[in-house]
Design a protein around this ligand. Structure first.
Ligand code: IMP
Length: 190
């Protein structure tokens, strides 16, 4: 195990745990009322969305199916290049299903755009998007987020499933890193 070269106390907490939990519960309420009585497939985008999906699903009071996909975008630690590759595909067909993509964060929006386009070719009944965090200032394309949690400024964030070079995924809050902190984490991983 590599220790993070930055103490949790030195992080700037942007969203405390209790605010995140309240928002996740509210989002789950909106999703539940929209899909009540219809079979719903929640699709977590790995790795970042697993913590969010795990909390979200426990506030939905009816049976839902869950699947995971993994995509990677080419680029450096903090910027995506817009080229997206499927690393792990669905375990079952999504044809005819109501699909809700569960994303941790929308940054440029390029991953989401690619994903939606790709999923629609598989003939689902519907595809909607639920994202906990959104950085509108960073969008490079039109992105439609049906269920959106927090709008955040143009900062690189970690915690609640999100990492920088593998660090701080297990932080229960969301913290913003300075560029120096991001570089220190990337260096520590080398
Ligand atoms: P996009 O394609 O630029 O919207 O990037 C989406 C993906 O980039 C997310 O699913 C995250 O994995 C990653 N990402 C974007 N911004 C951040 C951040 O601030 N912290 C951690 N990961 C991020």
């Amino acid at each position: 195990m590599t220790m993070a070269p930055i103490a949790v106390e030195d992080l700037e907490i942007l969203l405390p745990e209790k605010d995140i939990q309240a928002e996740v519960k509210a989002l789950a309420g909106r999703v539940a009322s929209a899909y009540e009585g219809r079979p719903l497939l929640l699709v977590g985008v790995l790795k970042g969305a697993w913590v969010f999906l795990a909390d979200l699903v426990r506030h939905i009071p009816f049976n839902v199916d869950v699947d995971f996909i993994k995509v990677s975008s080419y680029g450096n630690a903090t910027d995506s290049s817009g080229e997206v590759k499927f690393e792990m595909d669905f375990s079952h067909s999504i044809q005819g299903k109501d699909v809700l993509i569960v994303e941790d964060i929308v940054d440029s929006g390029l991953t989401l755009k690619y994903l939606k386009k790709n999923l629609l070719t598989r003939k689902p009944a519907s595809v909607r998007v639920c994202a906990l965090l959104d950085k509108p200032e960073r969008h490079q394309t039109d992105v439609e987020i049906d269920y959106r949690g927090f709008e955040i400024p143009d900062r690189f964030v970690v915690g609640y499933g999100l990492d920088c070079a593998g660090f701080f995924r297990n932080l229960p809050s969301v913290a913003a890193l300075t560029p120096e902190q991001s570089s220190a984490l990337v260096q520590a991983r080398r």
